[in-house]
Design a protein around this ligand. Structure first.
Ligand code: 13P
Length: 229
């Protein structure tokens, strides 16, 4: 194993532990994959993250073959998303409480808050229910993720995507936060929704500012600029 692969495996283990620390994951729910070499690295099935070691991660190839432990039962949607989406390097799945609560009602989250735009569109879609680990679930997820960096999975959980491990974790926490705000806003009745026109402005502003991608990313916020020394 190369040093680069060992570093990537260690970063994946650290991200999995952060999934638990942030409260978006628990027990043996959840799985994580990262594009690598001729395929991708993925978490093994049913191994709690607090005992998981870098060497437990499984190398999988596009044809569904693997080396090492038994891969996550959800390897199909990890493979299919990474294959279909050249803009994505990381797939994160978890059963975070509020996102899953909304998904249990098969609700798509509308643009009740402008941050819905950070997932790439005017809605955070909910994929139709299909049995875990099946091709039908993978097909439903691919559909719900069209032009999006996240989706809910009906009566199951959420999927968040990223170009990096940090980005995918950030997105998953955002999805959970938005779902929580949506559930709480619903306590006062169905909240109003921002217009498609306004969401168009929000999304182009987010793209221009590389919003949410971290302070090191390229982008401008129109008003503030670094002070000349
Ligand atoms: P694995 O432990 O097989 O990854 O399954 C967890 C899960 O969340 C299934 O949807």
């Amino acid at each position: 194993m190369t040093d680069d692969e060992m570093t990537l495996r260690s970063r994946m283990v650290a991200t999995c532990r952060k999934m638990n620390e942030t409260g978006i994951n628990q027990g043996t729910a959840g799985n994580l994959s990262v594009r690598h070499g001729e395929g991708f690295l993925i978490t093994p099935s049913s191994l709690p993250y607090d005992v998981m070691q870098p060497e437990d991660l499984v190398m999988m190839f596009w044809d569904g073959t693997y080396e090492g432990r038994r891969p996550s039962s959800e390897w199909r949607f990890h493979r299919d998303i990474l294959k279909a989406r050249a803009d994505v390097n990381v797939v994160l799945h978890c059963h975070s409480h509020y996102a899953t609560s909304v998904a249990c009602h098969h609700r798509t989250i509308p643009a009740f808050h402008y941050m819905v735009g950070v997932m790439g569109g005017t809605t955070l879609r909910c994929a139709r229910y299909a049995t875990f680990g099946t091709q039908a679930l993978s097909d439903a997820a691919i559909e719900a993720l069209e032009d999006r960096m996240a989706c809910l999975l009906g009566q199951h959980g959420q999927i968040s995507l990223g170009t990096s491990l940090e980005g995918a974790l950030w997105m998953a926490v955002e999805v959970e936060t938005l779902a929580r705000m949506y559930v709480q806003a619903l306590a006062l009745g169905e909240p109003p929704v921002l217009s498609d026109e306004e969401m168009g402005r929000v999304i182009s502003q987010m793209k221009r500012m590389s919003y949410g991608l971290g302070p090191e990313e390229e982008g401008s916020n129109d008003v503030a600029r670094p002070r000349a020394r």
